[in-house]
Ligand binder design. Structure first.
Ligand code: SAH
Length: 287
């Protein structure tokens, strides 16, 4: 040992002299460090698996454990989703088979912030970025059902938010055009739709009060933020025999209004008291 590390000892003792008074443990630190370093150089092969077959088996085993964990997580959300459909939607009167199937198809936990993933199927709205919200599942289902969509319909949504409502609509119609006032939300939703493989949802960053005239008229319009009055551009962009559902009012005094255009005339009625975030302009002022 004297030959192997001749000046390590003096180095070690130097450390003792300086630091022993403060902390005894420092005595072991440089000595062990050098000793280990010596060992590592000569016996490095000991740290590797003995042969590539062992390594390969270990890798497969690790993969199986990982896949099992992912599958378990998926299974857990699937159960929560089915429970949500039964207890929050069917039991409250949502009966359109196509709407219920759309809810079974779309994985709500992929549309919420990571910190809320465990609560994604709860009976309440959740916070998303920019102080906005993803609507309660029942409200999303109710509004969707009211539109009675056909599979070749073109739909306009105002207020993309998390993108969940748009994803539900995309299961039921030909195409969804959705407008969002916050650029971050519009960009996040665009990325998510791409990741999830939706090619019939088109996102625009802009003021939805004005609708999206380039693609009008729309067979259905759904508004998920609340103005004090129904925007005139949206009425104009609604197709003949088209339907629009929109929350109107402020704070707690809001009502979902269902409009129908027949022979150019619009008839409307209140269908449900609700509470949505306000419709705002580019300056953040409520409409
Ligand atoms: N449909 C959404 C609900 C989001 S909450 C979902 O499924 O998650 C309503 C959204 O409307 C918010 O994201 C808000 O930023 C947006 N919004 C408010 N005023 C708007 C406007 N003038 N034009 C477009 N979007 C607006």
């Amino acid at each position: 040992m004297k030959d192997a590390i001749p000046h390590c000892q003096s180095f070690t003792y130097k450390i003792i002299n300086i630091d022993m008074i403060h902390n005894n443990s420092l005595y072991y630190l440089p000595y062990d460090f050098i000793k280990n370093k010596k060992m590592k150089l000569s016996d490095l092969s000991d740290l590797k698996p003995k042969n590539s077959i062992t390594f390969f088996i270990m890798l497969i085993f690790y993969g199986i454990i990982q896949m099992g964990a992912i599958w378990q997580q998926k299974e857990k959300f699937q159960i929560q989703k089915e429970k949500m459909i039964q207890q929050q939607l069917k039991s409250r009167g949502i009966s359109d088979r196509k709407v219920l199937d759309a809810f079974l198809e779309v994985e709500r936990h992929k549309f919420v912030l990571p910190e809320y993933r465990e609560q994604a199927y709860g009976d309440f709205p959740l916070m998303i970025k920019e102080g906005q919200t993803i609507s309660q599942p029942y409200v999303v289902a109710f509004m969707t059902e009211q539109l009675a969509l056909e599979k070749d319909d073109k739909v306009l949504e105002i207020g993309t938010g998390s993108g969940y409502q748009a994803a539900i609509l995309a299961q039921l119609c030909d195409s969804v055009f959705t407008v969002e006032i916050f650029e971050t939300l519009a960009n996040d939703a665009k990325t998510l739709f791409q990741e999830l493989g939706y090619n019939n949802i088109f996102v625009k960053h802009g003021d939805g009060y004005l609708g999206w005239p380039e693609h009008a008229p729309y067979d259905a319009i759904i508004v998920t933020c609340s103005p004090k009055h129904i925007p005139e551009p949206l009425k104009e962009q609604l197709a003949e025999r088209g339907k629009m559902i929109i929350p109107v009012g402020t704070g707690f005094a809001q009502n979902l209004v269902l409009l129908e255009k027949k022979k150019g005339k619009i008839r409307q009625r209140n269908v449900l008291p609700v509470r949505f975030v306000p419709m705002i302009n580019e300056q953040g002022k409520s409409y």
